[in-house]
Design a protein around this ligand. Structure first.
Ligand code: HEC
Ligand code: HEC
Ligand code: HEC
Ligand code: HEC
Ligand code: HEC
Ligand code: HEC
Ligand code: HEC
Ligand code: HEC
Length: 450
């Protein structure tokens, strides 16, 4: 189907539903229409004093005035929606606030089925699931997870099942169930906000995924920002996060390598294949003793953490290349991405070497299996819960430095790829080797003392 047709049908459906969902007496007021040049913008309507009146709006203009002002600026207010379109109409007094419903993506789906469908196919939809599947999650204060003060604050973008929402409520955590307010935030729900890269920055930043920092200091980001300042003309080519990751506004996000940069099947290169097996064991996806897949592989599959076939990987790579070639030659873009792929291979070699150093300590009985480990083998997915100082180094090598090495390469940021990434991996490997020697020395000394 043509895109314009989908949009047209979607809008018609939305308009029909708006009618159906409005409370009696909430019909969009005719005062909103201005004579002549088409409908006013929301801002014009507000400026002209064309405020609508209904039960919810009137009381909330007193109770939460700036929230209502925000909503009054929105296209949805202009289209005739009111508070009850998303929160239901059960609550009407200060005494029955608990009856107000909090919307989920399903609420939005009533009027925006296509966007919800796209979103559901992509990685953002899996964010809650992926977080919950991490062994590290279970050792954190609930407030950081369910209360969204840590992991949960970003991973709330993921869809939650009704059962999960019920459980959260039972624990006393009511909010953060909408997913769709992550980029066009409530209650302005502005598409202009969502189109700007800042809408991604709150989550795609910091320790293990500093895409915001990498992009803002790359040629892509600096050009974009200079454009915004008017130094470069409006037409200047400068890709934002959305250009490369949400082409044509498509809400399905996914990259070829993903966050962990592991994929199946194993590479043809025998050394890389061996390194990848070592990493998969340390991720607990392969049983370190037998090499067989573990239950964690099912979690990886369920959360779409890794592309499982060459074809699935290639689909995403092709999409990305099609975006690069809007501005660059195909051979330039291919070479750039291949250089980054190659850096993953070499970073894997350093990481695997470090894992083997720690693995040998377990094998030789220098380190004992900690209670929270399933195997006498380092477990990278325990992150900072890793039981020994040497494995704390290993976790940083994996989650901070390896990430920066390849993410920086993909985001045209040499400083992240090299100094914050590769260089740190090298020096951490040296430290891990030295710590291992020290552990062996002191274990030897310990067995010699009477
Ligand atoms: C007579 C006043 C009044 C009316 C009418 C009213 N509300 Fe409220 N509403 C409140 C008050 C008071 C609160 C609590 C605010 C607070 O906790 O600071 C509230 C809270 C809310 C909340 C937040 C619930 C939460 O869990 O945090 C939502 C959503 C809401 N109202 C929506 C609506 C909708 C939709 C309508 C119309 C169907 C409506 N309100 C009508 C007074 C009103
Ligand atoms: C297009 C859907 C939509 C409409 C219309 C809407 N809201 Fe909301 N509202 C949301 C979403 C999404 C959340 C966040 C829910 C969550 O955190 O789980 C929310 C949360 C809230 C909250 C609690 C969180 C907070 O920031 O305090 C209040 C209060 C609230 N809305 C009031 C209103 C009022 C009053 C109106 C009308 C002026 C309104 N809403 C209209 C979608 C909507
Ligand atoms: C009752 C129907 C209805 C519901 C429910 C609804 N919307 Fe909308 N929404 C509309 C209509 C109508 C428009 C204006 C026409 C359009 O863009 O499709 C709109 C427009 C938008 C826009 C474009 C804003 C702009 O600046 O152009 C965004 C973003 C949006 N909605 C997000 C949401 C989100 C997120 C939810 C759920 C929390 C939601 N909507 C729930 C009907 C609805
Ligand atoms: C509220 C936090 C949040 C915001 C805002 C956010 N993201 Fe994400 N994003 C995440 C999380 C969490 C994941 C990992 C989801 C998973 O797979 O478990 C993710 C994953 C992704 C991925 C997929 C990476 C892969 O594994 O293939 C891309 C691409 C992406 N985001 C791009 C964006 C862009 C572009 C924006 C802004 C338009 C954005 N995100 C806004 C939290 C966010
Ligand atoms: C600042 C926001 C933020 C916080 C806090 C955060 N994450 Fe994430 N997480 C993200 C983003 C963004 C991604 C996607 C990064 C990428 O693909 O480069 C992600 C990716 C992931 C992934 C990989 C998902 C996949 O399928 O590839 C897992 C698992 C994960 N996070 C778990 C956690 C856990 C567990 C915590 C807390 C210990 C946590 N995250 C804290 C934002 C956050
Ligand atoms: C990762 C950030 C992000 C998330 C999460 C997100 N959106 Fe969007 N949304 C955008 C961007 C960017 C645009 C602008 C697309 C464009 O340029 O056409 C947009 C535009 C829209 C629009 C405007 C009209 C249109 O179709 O382009 C609607 C409606 C919308 N989103 C609904 C939703 C719904 C419903 C959800 C939840 C399933 C959602 N969005 C989640 C980033 C996001
Ligand atoms: C010029 C295009 C481009 C821009 C702009 C861009 N990215 Fe990327 N991004 C890529 C490429 C290429 C990859 C690696 C794809 C692959 O796996 O093959 C990637 C990967 C990612 C990933 C997965 C993990 C990783 O870093 O490799 C996330 C998450 C992500 N980008 C988010 C963002 C965010 C957020 C922004 C804006 C701050 C952004 N990107 C800007 C091209 C871009
Ligand atoms: C919207 C246009 C646009 C898109 C899309 C785009 N770029 Fe760029 N890119 C530019 C511009 C303009 C420059 C600045 C050229 C310069 O440095 O002289 C640039 C610079 C770069 C640079 C650093 C400068 C250099 O020549 O070494 C790299 C690397 C790069 N792009 C790779 C990519 C890759 C890979 C993709 C796709 C994932 C991509 N770009 C997508 C416009 C774009």
């Amino acid at each position: 189907m043509q895109r314009w047709l989908i949009v047209a049908l979607g809008t018609a459906l939305a308009a029909a539903l708006v009618g159906a969902l409005l409370l009696p007496g909430e019909a969009p007021s005719s005062e909103e229409g201005s004579a002549g040049t088409g409908p006013p913008t929301a801002a014009e309507a507000v400026a002209a004093g064309a405020q609508r009146s209904d039960l919810c709006l009137d009381c909330h203009r007193e109770v939460t005035p700036n929230l209502v002002r925000d909503f009054e600026q929105s296209v949805m207010y202009q289209a005739g929606l009111s508070c009850s379109s998303c929160h239901g109409s059960e609550h009407t007094t200060p005494e029955d606030v608990a009856e107000a419903q909090l919307p989920t993506a399903q609420t939005c789906a009533q009027c925006h089925p296509q966007r919800v469908e796209e979103f559901s196919q992509g990685k953002h939809a899996k964010a809650w699931l992926a977080m919950s599947a991490m062994p590290a999650t279970h050792y954190q204060p609930l407030e950081l997870i369910s209360g969204r003060k840590g992991c949960g604050g970003c991973h709330k973008i993921g869809l939650k099942t009704e059962e999960e929402i019920r459980q959260l409520k039972a624990q006393g955590f009511d909010y953060g169930v909408a997913s769709c307010d992550s980029c066009h935030t409530r209650h302005a729900f502005s598409v202009a906000e969502a189109r700007e890269p800042e809408s991604c920055a709150t989550c795609h930043m910091g320790f293990d995924h500093p895409q915001w920092e990498m992009w803002t200091t790359s040629k892509h980001g600096t050009r974009y920002l200079l454009k915004r300042e008017g130094v470069l003309p409006e037409e200047a080519a400068a890709p934002s996060c959305q250009t490369c990751h949400m082409p044509e506004g498509n809400h399905e996000v996914r990259t070829a390598w993903g966050f962990l940069a592991v994929r199946l099947p194993l590479p043809d290169d025998p050394q890389w294949a061996e390194d990848r097996v070592t990493i998969l064991k340390a991720l607990g996806v392969l049983n370190p003793e037998t090499g067989e897949p573990t239950g964690r592989l099912d979690a990886v599959k369920a959360a779409d953490v890794a592309r499982l076939t060459e074809e699935a990987w290639q689909v995403e790579r092709e999409k990305m290349l099609n975006t690069c070639t809007q501005c660059h030659s195909r051979s330039f873009a291919e070479e750039e991405l291949q250089n980054a792929d190659e850096l993953i291979r070499q970073a894997d070699s350093l990481l695997a070497e470090a894992i083997r150093v720690v693995e040998a300590l377990y094998e030789d009985g220098i380190l004992e299996k900690p209670d929270i480990y399933e195997f006498a083998y380092p477990d990278l997915l325990l992150f900072h819960e890793a039981a020994t100082p040497i494995e704390q180094k290993l976790y940083k090598m994996f989650l901070e430095y390896r990430m920066r090495a390849f993410q920086g390469a993909f985001h045209a940021n040499p400083d992240y790829a090299f100094w914050y990434g590769w260089a740190e991996m090298r020096s951490t490997l040296t430290e891990i080797q030295a710590m291992a020697e020290e552990l062996r020395r002191s274990a030897g000394a310990a067995t010699q003392t009477p």
